[in-house]
Structures are given as C-alpha cells and as structure tokens.
Design a protein around this ligand. Sequence first.
Ligand SMILES: O=P(O)(O)O[C@H]1O[C@H](CO)[C@@H](O)[C@H]1O
Ligand code: HPA
Length: 296
Amino acid sequence: MHSKGNSCCCSFDECKLGTEWLLSRTRHRPKIAVICGSGLGFLAESISNKQAFRYEDIPNFPVSTVPGHDGQLVFGYINDKPCVFMQGRFHLYEGYSLCKVTLPVRMFKLMGVEMIIVTNASGGLCQDFKVGDIMVIKDHINLPGFAGQHPLCGPNDERFGIRFPCMSDAYSKDLRKLALDISTELGYSDFVREGVYCMVSGPNFETVAEARMLHILGSDSVGMSTIPEVTVAKHCGLRVLGLSLITNKVPLDYSNEEKVNHEEVLHISKMRAEMLQNVLNTFIARSDQVETINSC
Ligand SMILES: O=P(O)(O)O[C@H]1O[C@H](CO)[C@@H](O)[C@H]1O
Ligand code: HPA
C-alpha cells in the first residue's frame, strides 16, 4: 500500500465494506460477473435463483442516473454457473470519478469473481459494420486515459494489482475464440465480428471530424464506457470478455443527415436482445472450457 495514503475515493477498505455487506446477505458466490450496457439489462432475465440488491442500498455503491441502466445487482445462476449481473453501469459523464465507476469491479474481485463479461452499446466506425452487429472486443483505445482520466491514476494498492499492468492482452484470446466459435455454431457469423473499441468521455456523440479521427486511429466502434472497467479488471487479475452491440453507424461524412440519439441506441439494444442473450448464455455455460489464466 502506498505510504502517502490513498487519495482515491474507493479504497480497499471501502470496497471490502460493500463486498462484506453483500456476502452477508446472499448465499451466492459468483465466479462470473456481467456488466450490462445501455438497454442491455434484459441480459439478466434468464438468471435462475435470482436475488437482487438495489444499488442505493449497497454501501459505497454509486447509483445509476442514465435511462436504460436499471440500477440493481442481480445474483443467480446461468445454467449451473454462479453469476452476478450489473443491470446498469456508471459513466464518467455522469460525474463519477473513474475510481467510483470501477468500484463494482473491485468488489467482484473481492467476492471471488474470476471472469468479467462487459457489454455495451456502441457506434460503428468500421464501414463493414451494420446496425445490430455484435462486436467481440479484441482491443481498445483508451482516449480519456491518454489525457490522464484513468482509473489507476493515484496511489497503487498492491492488494489489487501491480503499478504498471500490461494491457496488450486485456481481452483474453481464448475467451474471444470461444465467443466467436459459439457465434458460428449458433449461425450468427454474418453479424458477429471482432474489432477495436474506443472510449470517449461523452456525453455528446462525436462530431464528423472526431469520428474520422477515431476511425483513422484504428477504432472500429466508439462508446463512452467499458475501458475503465476492463482496465481495473485486468489490473486485479480477472479474465475479460467484451461484447459490443453496434446500435448506430457513426456519420463519417458531412452529407450524412442521420442524427445519433440515445433512444435509437436503446431501441436497437432491444431488437438484438435474443441473439446477444444466446451468445452470452452459451458462453457462460461453456466458460469452463477455457482455463488459461490471462497474464502478461
Ligand atoms: O456504454 P454503454 O453503457 O452501453 O452506453 C452507451 O450508450 C450511451 C449513449 O447512447 C452511452 O452511455 C454509451 O457509452
Ligand atoms: O455513436 C456513439 N458514440 C458514442 N457512444 C455511443 N454509444 C452508442 N452509440 C454511440
């Protein structure tokens, strides 16, 4: 632990307090955590033996402020796999520090979770992508991180992880392969792809010039979340799978009259519900096929 003390708002002890509060109220001991993106809270619907906690009741937990993010933690089983689902995530643009945004990930680690599946809604930059495609995240570009908005800035608590974590394999290769194999088996290969996700802070959608820049930099899709959670998950040794639903195409030229909006994002999320849920549930059911620990 850093000798100067921890200036971050979510210390090890604060994470522990929330974790112990939960563990003393549930018999569930999840090994897999799922974060549901915008409009994707339905992913928790097929959980059996459900037990839910509202975010506002959990000590030190932030609360959801964005439409399409329900605000509860749901414990239960998918097949025979113990899971916990976040129905609603937190974003930088809501005014939360990235430390607070990622506090649930550290709580999952403390409760014994080994793998995290992050989902999100994002805008397609890759010209081959269509609305409704599912992108298995291969890598990311942490744009806010370049500007110092990074969840690991500040004193490093070694109980979570090392000072300089490797990120070149943040999204486990084996998990990506399993997700892609499952998609093929389900007959979804036409609309399941792999790509690079880029985070912007939001809350505005991109200008045309910004979108062009992100595309030139190598981003296939853009959103306002996920990367802080993945970074913290990798830091504390969780295996990560990322699934991004392409809810809109990001205009890359000035002649395009389409205007991106959050209602459209939520609408497309609903439309693709069944397919995304099939991929996710099959993945969870078969997740023990992949045993490799992801480390640099
Ligand atoms: O990333 P998730 O939480 O899925 O949400 C995405 O959708 C919202 C914009 O419609 C933004 O919050 C963006 O990040
Ligand atoms: O086009 C987008 N840009 C940023 N975030 C998003 N989330 C969904 N779509 C988008």
